[in-house]
Write a protein that binds this ligand. Structure first.
Ligand SMILES: CC(C)(COP(=O)(O)OP(=O)(O)OC[C@H]1O[C@@H](n2cnc3c(N)ncnc32)[C@H](O)[C@@H]1OP(=O)(O)O)[C@@H](O)C(=O)NCCC(=O)NCCS
Length: 216
């Protein structure tokens, strides 16, 4: 049967400061470093996971193709050692790992791209960043590249981000990327036994292209 993948990640993707690549089981320490933190999962529909549970979850997030509705690709955000705590752009030296972890690139977060509908050319994005590396524009830089991937390579017409409206950092990131608030749904679901609201942000291909034409 012919290869019908609409998007296949075959090599790391470089941005100005970062490298985006599919995750591997060897990334467990880095991924647990953020996915196991209460402050990271606070507004995510993720349970608090042990290291073993993060390993199990990671093993289900290694897909490299989008071919059918519901397919998901997760791209790890890799930070070159030169920016990992030691350089003026990195975290403070107090935050740097004590061992020789700085000698290798570190996964500081990840981005999720979901093919929600082939027929309607819809996709969803999500993002998570280790708090040690927030506030440096890394999430915006990586998410911007993933939006380009969604529009230019996957052929999406509309890309959506769904979030808890109390998650102001994520809402700011949406706005920074040019995504519009399309709706605030009140008590749209139950999260941890309590009614929770949902904010939906989105951007169309024409809006993304117009924005990039202005930037260029
Ligand atoms: C949502 C999340 C990824 C945003 O991370 P972030 O680092 O704040 O996002 P950005 O990459 O857009 O960085 C923006 C900040 O970096 C600052 N910045 C510093 N250097 C910068 C640079 N070179 N370029 C751009 N921004 C820069 C900006 O001024 C801004 O600071 P501010 O928040 O004080 O205004 C992060 O808060 C997170 O992982 N949260 C937990 C997980 C989560 O809730 N995910 C979303 C679920 S919907």
């Amino acid at each position: 049967m012919a290869d019908e993948a609409l998007l296949r990640i075959t090599a790391p993707i470089r941005t100005e400061r970062l490298v985006l690549r599919t995750l591997t089981p060897e990334d467990l320490d880095d991924v647990f470093g953020y996915a196991g933190r209460d402050d990271v999962i606070r507004y995510l529909p993720w349970p608090k996971r042990t290291r073993d549970e993060v390993a199990e979850h990671l093993a289900r997030r290694l897909n490299t193709t989008l071919a059918a509705d519901g397919d998901v690709i997760v791209l790890g955000i890799e930070l070159p050692p030169s920016l990992d705590g030691a350089s003026p752009e990195g975290a403070s030296p107090d935050d740097a790992p004590a061992d020789d972890a700085c000698a290798r690139p570190r996964i500081i977060g990840d981005l999720t791209l979901v093919l929600t509908s082939i027929e309607h050319r819809q996709a969803t994005v999500g993002w998570v960043l280790n708090p040690q590396f927030q506030g440096k524009g890394y999430a915006a830089e990586a998410a911007s590249r993933v939006l380009t991937l969604a529009f230019d390579e996957l052929g999406s017409h509309r890309v959506v981000a769904e979030l808890d409206p109390r998650n102001t950092a994520s809402a700011s990131l949406c706005t920074r990327l040019g995504m519009r608030l399309e709706g605030h749904f009140v008590h749209s679901g139950i999260v941890e036994g309590e009614w929770a609201d949902l904010a939906v942000y989105a951007i169309l291909d024409v809006e993304w292209n117009a924005r990039n034409a202005l930037d260029g």
